[in-house]
Design a protein around this ligand. Sequence first.
Ligand code: C5P
Length: 222
Amino acid sequence: NNNLVVAIDGYSSCGKSTIAKALAKKLDFVYIDTGAMYRAVTLYFLRNNIDLTDVSAVEQALNDISISLRTQNGLAQVFLNGEDVSDEIRQMPVASNVSKVAAIKAVRQAMVRQQQLMGQSANIIMDGRDIGTTVFPDAQVKLFMTADPMIRAQRRHKELVAQNPDITINEVYENLALRDHDDTTREESPLVQAPDAIVLDNSYLTPKEQLDFALSKITPFI
Ligand code: C5P
């Protein structure tokens, strides 16, 4: 496998997908948003009232799910069994449940398998929580993104308030804190910085500064 893999991991709402999309466009790589995959699974589980503690129900549900990603004109779309769920997976019901779903072993196994297959046939930029540690431990470039929690909450609130005018910064902050807690403390591939990852704290960086930094780490491999 001679494909180039750029792994971007980090906390919730650090701007991973923003930089990943910009990099993919600039380099003509395929962008893979693994968080969107866990969100799509969560949406399916919510709609079908899947009991998260019922292993066989979870496994059956995973068999019934097909998730695909498509990026067009800078817009990343997510399809669940053929239905475009790109907007719905960003809303609070999914955000509040996704970390519980993503902690389930069978869910992670199914997603990781699909993600590894996606990386076999193209140069990819993949973002998530366990890309540089579990999905592609041999990725040529690994970035670990972080930012001040309140700055992250303000950024995400700005996005969410367009669809949900009543949402408060505090609500968003609490959701991010809870997801970070769940993601870093779970048993199955917790969020942790890979030893060979490059840290990018973007609290006070413009999108252009972040992009230039990341490009300087990737171009030596092209
Ligand atoms: O990246 P995003 O915030 O959309 O991810 C939503 C949730 O999916 C995360 O909070 C985490 O619980 C889970 N996730 C994961 N592993 C990944 C990507 C996302 O556990 N590789």
